[in-house]
Structures are given as C-alpha cells and as structure tokens.
Design a protein around this ligand. Structure first.
Ligand SMILES: [Zn+2]
Length: 56
C-alpha cells in the first residue's frame, strides 16, 4: 500500500502537508487544500481568508 504518495502536494510537490479530514490534506507551502478520489484523482481548493474553499 502506497499511502504516502497522498502526503505529497499535487500542486507544488511539497511534503509539508497535514491531514485535515478523510483523504483531505492541506499544504503548508502553497496553502492549498486537496482531496483524493477513487483512482488517485486529486481535487484542489484554495483556502480563502475567511476559511471558505474555492476550487483551484
Ligand atoms: Zn503545495
């Protein structure tokens, strides 16, 4: 099982990511939140200042 690949930011490649939910991660380098679906498809979100998520 290669779960560690999910701990890499799909936007900038950084490994400085934290888990924020089920298959949901946040990158501390580019401030992008991302979520993985079925076959390793990542969906990216920008986090606004008020905490809302906008599709990247
Ligand atoms: Zn990143």
């Amino acid at each position: 099982m290669k779960g560690c690949e999910k701990m890499k930011c799909p936007a900038c490649g950084s490994r400085a990511v934290g888990k924020v939910g089920a298959d949901q991660y946040y990158c501390w380098d580019c401030f992008v939140e991302y979520q993985y679906y079925g076959n390793n498809q990542a969906k990216l979100y920008m986090v606004e200042e008020d905490g809302s998520l906008v599709e990247y």
